[in-house]
Design a protein around this ligand. Sequence first.
Ligand code: KG4
Ligand code: ZN
Length: 335
Amino acid sequence: EKDQYVLGIETSCDETAAAIIKNGREIVANVVASQIESHKRFGGVVPEIASRHHVEQLTIVFEEAMQNAELKFEDLSAIAVTEGPGLVGALLTGVNAAKALAFAHNIPLVGVHHIAGHIYANRLIKELEFPLLALVVSGGHTELVYMKEHGSFEVIGETLDDAAGEAYDKVARTLGLPYPGGPHIDRLAHEGNPSIDLPRAWLGEGSFDFSFSGLKSAVINTLHNAKQKDIELDPKDVAASFQASVIDVLVTKTGYAVDKYKVKQLLVAGGVAANKGLRAALEKEFATREGLELIIPPLSLCTDNAAMIAAAGSVLYDKGVRSDLALNANPGLEL
Ligand code: KG4
Ligand code: ZN
């Protein structure tokens, strides 16, 4: 049997990434060019700048991946590319690059949903067993996804307003921390005490939905009120209290879902899954539950990368999914 190599391309936000996965699960190349330094001074991702960087970096990143893998075009079984959701201009650069390569070298093309990619990062760690539940926590998404088989995604709960990562970044900004703020809050939280009382949005019994905008506003109000009364709040305690609220809600709701859906595995996905506090809380709550396997990818596979896109693309390719050259960027693509 010939080995299957899938090239993945990811450009949905501010990382230009190319990777090659062997037989669905083995990383043979994984190259990520981050643009964070270029966006930092604006306090967030500037779409126009993101697109321009992708155009500059794509060829470099892709060639490096092919060199690292020591592969030729004829070795590739498929090219998988993020078609959405994300920034439309950023997505277009990756989609067009993938289409050009697929057309020029006559290689099958597979469009991949960015969140499916985040979920499939877990398959680079462990073979998936169904049914499973994925907790997706990224800059743009907060979702609980139920999967009964490969390629089947049922969103059983999602955020009604801000995504978890978005809340992290906004609170960080209020505290004067650089973009992206998640890792900075994470670091401060470990040095502080969760001494400030902040709300938790449970949204009614049995709800698997999330809401983080109220928490974000509560943090802003708390800081504002303290300032008015000339009270010094330690940013470490603010970070710790905010993080405690986010983790409490994420872990509790995930627990309800694990029980209700009787899943064999719990996967964790997305940039916020890099959070040390969240990882520790998930380990504590789920690592020793009988009949449940907890998978948390290493940090480099939690934040945006192309290995996860190739991993998801490999499964879709095996299922017979193909995209044609009419494939387009879809910023609002549904899972
Ligand atoms: O998945 P991702 O790389 O990009 C999207 O698809 O959105 O997630 C980026 C998000 C940002 O909001 C960033 O602040 C957050 O993940 N993040 C973290 C941590 N590392 C990254 N949030 C909390 N703690 C972290 N350690
Ligand atoms: Zn992402």
